[in-house]
Unconditional design. Structure first.
Length: 257
């Protein structure tokens, strides 16, 4: 016999336990795209307390859809080792280019990140940041449904030693900081440089180069890195995204320890 009251109580209690246990983090990752999920995996493997906040119902960002809804993606030789580490299959297309089923890639990275100890919260938006003495020290969260409905509902706060903006093209977290605090970012102009049009060869390199701390306590990874520092987009090749997630995790682990 199934008692609906027990089902409801179990969900409320377990979720509440999960949220309360993640109110203070080493790292808050904003955006559960490929770079954010890979970052969460390596951060958790490195022994840090990490949670990922995703505004959508689904995780995976643009990786789910492959290229124009053909659910295959491409990675290059340099990043294949990360997929091997995560037990995700990649098939050589021609030397230097590998194809990966995008659904296997997203679900595999997500599973490995959670198994490593990362916690993923979906349907939660980053509304604001906590800034103390010129340093980002946390994120302000609300339900995405509240945002979509335009309801006046006050948010809650998650404290974190470091925050990663891996929200992709919109760079939602960095934009909040620039708009509300008027700070000088670690970019050539001190402001968001903006994303340029497609140039995959350059973009794959600069994604990694631009993965860095853009303001004390706030890091950028994946497409957020290129959009912040004014580089190009790369389309459905995801090697740079994977490598960027790994790099940002290494940078943060190095700083915290």
């Amino acid at each position: 016999m199934i008692d609906e009251r027990i089902v409801t109580k179990a969900i409320i209690e377990r979720f509440s336990e999960k949220l309360v246990s993640n109110l203070e983090l080493d790292v808050a990752v904003c955006g559960a795209g490929p770079s954010g999920l890979v970052a969460a995996y390596f951060l958790a493997k490195g022994g840090l307390k990490v949670a990922v906040f995703e505004r959508k119902l689904s995780i995976g960002g643009g990786m789910w859809g492959g290229g124009m809804m053909f659910n295959e993606i491409v990675v290059q030789e340099e990043s294949k080792g990360i997929l091997d580490m995560l037990n995700i299959r990649a098939k050589e297309y021609i030397p230097g280019y590998y194809t990966v089923d995008s659904v296997e890639a997203v679900s595999g990275i997500c599973f490995q990140a959670v198994q490593a100890g990362a916690q993923i919260f979906n349907l939660i938006s980053i509304e604001d940041l906590v800034v103390r003495q010129d340093r980002v020290t946390g994120v302000v969260i609300n339900w995405t449904a509240v945002e979509m409905a335009g309801l006046h509902v006050d948010p809650l706060t998650i404290m974190a030693k470091s925050v990663v903006d891996s929200t992709g093209h919109p760079i939602e977290v960095v934009r909040v900081l620039e708009r509300k605090m008027g700070v000088t970012l670690n970019t050539p102009s001190g402001k968001i440089e903006g994303e340029k049009s497609m140039w995959a060869d350059v973009a794959e390199t600069t994604t990694l180069e631009n993965t860095k701390e853009v303001f004390p306590g706030l890091f950028v990874a994946g497409m957020s890195a290129n959009a912040t520092f004014g580089s190009y987009r790369m389309g459905p090749i995801f090697g740079g995204m994977l490598l960027s997630g790994k790099k940002v995790a290494e940078l943060i682990i190095g700083k915290i320890r």
